[in-house]
Design a binder for this molecule. Structure first.
Ligand code: ZN
Length: 95
């Protein structure tokens, strides 16, 4: 993801930058500032936290799928622990 860096120039037409927090558009005509109040979330955003392209939500969806997979793994481990606990319980009863 492209972010504003020290080489970013606005040019004569200005430049549209996107807030990394709320993804809203902000147009600037120069970069001689270190932080800017975002028009979308009214928060002070650091210059280098602004993005040159809107955030893509596709990558976020991929991340949530990964989270789903890892939570399924946790459930599987939990079931495994329950089964082994039940087995231990059964063995102690038999003894
Ligand atoms: Zn914002």
């Amino acid at each position: 993801m492209k972010r504003v860096n020290k080489h970013t120039r606005a040019g004569q037409q200005g430049k549209t930058i996107y807030c990394s927090k709320c993804n809203s558009k902000n147009k600037v005509y120069h970069f001689s500032w270190s932080a800017l109040t975002c028009g979308g979330c009214n928060d002070m955003i650091d210059k280098y936290d602004f993005l040159l392209q809107p955030r893509q939500y596709r990558s976020n969806q991929g991340r949530s799928t990964q989270q789903h997979n890892s939570s399924m793994k946790v459930i599987k481990i939990f079931i495994l622990i329950l089964v082994s606990l039940a087995t231990i319980n059964l063995i102690t009863k038999l003894i």
